[in-house]
Design a protein around this ligand. Structure first.
Ligand code: HEM
Length: 189
């Protein structure tokens, strides 16, 4: 057993933990979109907080171990560059894009009891949050394909773009006004 094997193990384990975080975010944002009750919303906010407690470390462990593997045994083929760019996109779809909105929404939910006010419900339905979490799932699956198959750069690029587009389209289709159980006018506010 070599150091490379151990780092590969760390890389893959961190990927699994990273996906656990993405799944938790996905369920929590989906759960928040389908409730008007403060008690249920508190539980989903707690899920987001738990995911935020380990998600960033997992993402950086994926990067650190991935860089080690890339430098140790590979001479930067295109699929690794695609993996690196996708990792950056993955991070941008999290905290930089929706972090502030999520924190503000969490603070609002924590202050409520009983039925949530329409303005807060509208905030929980912001399409951007849903689109970001579901796009991440698609992008992540695209990267797993790239890492496992190690295809030529064009195929690798196409795989992650298609993965992200599939996620984004799924989010658009499932966030149409009316499906979320809220009046479209409230959603536009
Ligand atoms: C979203 C981010 C990432 C995911 C989901 C991911 C996923 C994976 C998976 C599942 C494997 C195992 C493939 C196999 O053993 O056949 C792997 C291997 C690997 N990854 Fe990543 N990875 C990510 C980011 C990165 C980054 C940013 C780098 C480097 C800059 C990287 C470099 C590597 C390398 C070099 C291997 C080596 C595989 C081998 O020796 O077979 N990965 N990755």
């Amino acid at each position: 057993m070599t150091v490379y094997d151990i780092v590969l193990f760390v890389h893959i384990t961190s990927v699994i933990v990273m996906f656990a975080g993405v799944t938790a975010d996905w369920l929590a944002v989906g759960g928040l979109r389908s409730t008007r009750d403060a008690g249920a919303a508190h539980a989903w906010i707690r899920t987001l907080e738990i995911s935020a407690a380990f998600g960033p470390s997992a993402r950086f462990a994926v990067l650190g171990a991935g860089l080690y593997l890339a430098v140790d045994a590979w001479s930067w083929p295109g699929w690794i560059i695609v993996g690196l760019i996708s990792w950056v996109a993955f991070v941008i779809l999290g905290e930089p894009l929706t972090g502030r909105e999520l924190r503000e929404m969490a603070a609002g939910v924590r202050a409520e009891h009983g039925t949530l006010p329409p303005a807060l419900i509208a905030r929980m339905h912001l399409p951007r949050m849903w689109q970001a979490v579901v796009t991440r799932v698609g992008l992540g699956i695209g990267v797993v394909f790239v890492m496992a198959v190690k295809p030529p750069v064009a195929v690798a690029g196409m795989a992650v773009v298609l993965g992200a587009l599939a996620g984004y389209s799924a989010a658009r289709l499932t966030s149409r006004p009316g499906r979320a159980g809220i009046h479209p006018r409230a959603q536009a506010r």
